[in-house]
Ligand binder design. Structure first.
Ligand code: MSP
Length: 517
């Protein structure tokens, strides 16, 4: 497998403030990225904001600001939110960067020169809110399928010969079963490609929109916001920029390139984008993965227009950043829709963090303080059946987790750690070192050693999801090695090394208190 991993989120429209739905995609990408780092790969993580288009131009006008001022201001909402949620991206991409605009123009020129862009007449409907064109036949009761207003448009525009690449795209999807994931989304795209693919309108006359990248071969037009935004995934790596060729090859040709995005923007990513890349003679991304939606109370997509959006920072203040990250990655099987409620949140966090993980930590550290002066007790010299089973299970967990991360099932990956923690708690119940210490201190210490070694492995394995809390936990264990390879070794906690008592890392949450604030 390639040792370079490149993961991207969509570039969020700069007008909307981050909400739980957009935070979800970004947190999942951050967690996947951190896991790949943890497995020893070189990684690159891109997120950012999509800043051109009519929606943005209108919003700037309403605030009496220039579009650029408006974008500079609004993109800060994302930067600050991601910082607070401990999102460790490498690139925060803004489509208004001058070098991006130049690279987009070079790509447009290249496609025009080879005859893949031509001038034609466009007649149809345009939705400003989605920045998408619709043909009459695709409207539902005079609105977009998701109920947004459209306006009639008839004008000369430039078209990208997308239809020319329909067959090659179909072939690529058929030959690369992991290209579009999950499988049911792949089937949707294959279904979509059964109908003839139209050419794509990729321009807007400046009379209607000025806030965009100017078309280099016709100064009266700017390019369609999606055409400019999708190219970010390669311009960010140095595409069409002198001196960046090697960097670009490493991260676009040779890496495991993964686009993470919501199911509502699958067509743009799985049809428009690959055909653009084919026309430009560039390799396609290895994986396009569509996540589901976080649903609101009415079971619709949580969004600004649906009214009941949840601010991720408010939630993080209530339950903590790391528990929120854990919840989103653990609760939702990647690809599925998921309802959000405080009840679901509290149940999951109390059961798995306060009880399972938190209990193991407080029980072991308290007993070690009570009976062993706060020092790691001696390891057993030979293992009985229960101890052997716990050790075997612990040492199998890292590879099980890794397999599920590599196959984009982070919720299942975390489940292996939950099972491991369950096993360790059951083991302690069975060994009851709190009783055993009174009869046989050595044997009680050995049981505690087994449990705390398991805790060390579990905490390291959870670090990419909960970096701060797990750093605190490992610090209480005197900072043992916490690399992936250290998780596959038994016995790294040194007898006699100090163990600290910590205040509860995951205090129990009270549903009533949370839901009222
Ligand atoms: N700007 C385009 C993307 C261009 S990428 C080159 C865009 N932006 S967006 O801000 O509208 O949406 C970005 C992402 O947020 C999408 O993947 C969308 O699915 C996701 N989500 C928005 N609301 C969501 C939920 N309620 N739940 C999960 N994801 C949601 O589209």
């Amino acid at each position: 497998m390639s040792s370079h991993y490149y993961i991207t989120t969509p570039l969020y429209y700069v007008n909307d403030k981050p909400h739980l739905g957009t935070a979800y995609c970004t947190i999942v990408a951050d967690v996947l990225n951190r896991y790949h780092q943890f497995f020893g790969e070189k990684t690159l993580f891109l997120t950012g904001t999509d800043e051109h288009g009519q929606k943005c131009e209108q919003a700037a006008k309403a605030r009496n600001l220039s579009p650029q001022e408006h974008c500079d201001d609004m993109s800060q909402n994302f930067i600050q939110t991601w910082k607070a949620l401990n999102i460790d991206y490498d690139i925060f991409f803004r489509t208004t960067s001058p070098w991006h605009k130049k690279a987009v123009q070079k790509a447009l020129q290249e496609l025009y020169d080879k005859g893949d862009i031509y001038l034609g007449e466009y007649e149809g409907w345009y939705c400003v809110s989605e920045e998408i064109f619709y043909a009459e036949k695709d409207l539902v009761d005079g609105k977009t399928p998701s109920g947004k207003e459209v306006q009639k448009v008839k004008e000369k525009n430039y078209f990208f010969r997308m239809s020319k690449y329909q067959e090659p795209l179909l072939k690529h999807i058929q030959e690369h079963p992991h290209f579009i994931q999950p499988d049911f989304r792949r089937n949707e795209v294959l279904g979509f490609l059964k109908k003839p693919l139209n050419d794509l309108n990729i321009s807007r006359p400046k009379s209607r929109l000025t806030w965009g990248v100017e078309i280099p071969f016709d100064k009266d037009y700017v390019t369609y916001v999606w055409f400019d935004a999708l190219l970010n995934y390669v311009t960010a790596l140095g595409y069409q920029q002198e001196g960046k060729e090697e960097h670009f090859r490493t991260w676009w040709y040779d890496a495991q390139t993964t686009h993470l995005l919501g199911k509502d923007i699958l067509t743009t990513h799985a049809v428009y984008w690959p055909t653009m890349l084919m026309a430009l003679g560039l390799p396609l991304p290895k994986t396009i993965f569509a996540t589901g939606w976080i649903l609101n109370k009415e079971k619709g997509k949580m969004s600004k227009s649906s009214g009941d959006v949840i601010a991720p920072l408010h939630l993080a203040e209530q339950v903590g950043v790391d528990p929120l990250r854990y919840f989103l990655v653990r609760e939702i099987h990647l690809g599925n829709d998921a309802p959000f409620s405080y009840e679901i949140l509290v149940n999951r966090l109390n059961a798995e963090l306060s009880n399972n993980l938190g209990n193991l930590l407080s029980r072991t550290t308290n007993l070690i303080h009570k009976f062993f002066e706060g020092k790691v007790p001696n390891a057993p010299s030979s293992l009985d059946k229960a101890s052997q089973e716990l050790k075997d299970f612990a040492l199998q967990t890292p590879d099980r987790l890794k397999e599920d991360i590599l196959s984009m099932a982070p919720s299942y990956a975390l489940n292996h750690v939950v099972e491991l923690l369950n096993k360790a708690n059951q083991y302690l119940e069975q060994k009851a070192p709190w009783k055993e210490a009174k009869n046989n201190l050595e044997s009680a210490g050995q049981a505690l050693y087994m449990a705390i070694e398991t805790l060390r492995i579990a905490a390291s394995l959870l670090s990419p999801v909960m970096p701060q809390k797990m750093a605190q936990l490992l610090e209480a264990l005197n900072n043992p090695p916490s690399t992936f390879s250290a998780c596959k070794q038994w016995g790294l906690l040194t007898p006699s090394s100090p163990v600290q008592k910590t205040p509860p890392l995951f205090p129990r949450l009270d549903l009533k208190v949370l839901a009222e604030h």
